[in-house]
Design a protein around this ligand. Sequence first.
Ligand code: HEC
Length: 127
Amino acid sequence: MKKQTLLHLHKRKRACLLLPAIVFCSSLAGAALAQDAGEQLFLNNCAECHQRDGKGIPNIYPALAGSEVVDGSGVDVALVMLIGRGEMPSFAGSIADEDMASIINYVRNAWGNNGEEISAQRIEKLR
Ligand code: HEC
């Protein structure tokens, strides 16, 4: 009898440990998917100039890896994308808020960069 109760408790404990693990893993997978989308959008829209590795081309296209602007704030990156800068065209008309947020979150967390996330709502307000 006592043995059964213990077994029962043991099973419940395992179930409790498993559930948060599943929630945690699926949120990790969600974040990974968002990062993949950001990476793909970066390759399609930005890598031509800033290069796949984010290092740009010296004296022509600035590096985004280790860039002060990129490291500084997601809003600054959004403003460069919305307004354009020098030889860089504005992406205001061609990239939607959600995609812009994905790209910013990608470049701010790729190649050793480490920035907090920006939301699509924040981009919408900057337009
Ligand atoms: C046609 C080439 C080109 C494309 C495409 C391009 N950029 Fe740029 N980008 C530039 C140039 C040139 C500059 C420097 C402009 C200046 O300061 O005169 C720049 C500057 C920047 C800066 C400021 C960097 C710093 O340290 O000053 C950021 C951030 C940036 N680009 C992000 C992006 C993102 C994100 C994309 C894709 C959505 C993108 N760029 C697409 C050419 C490009």
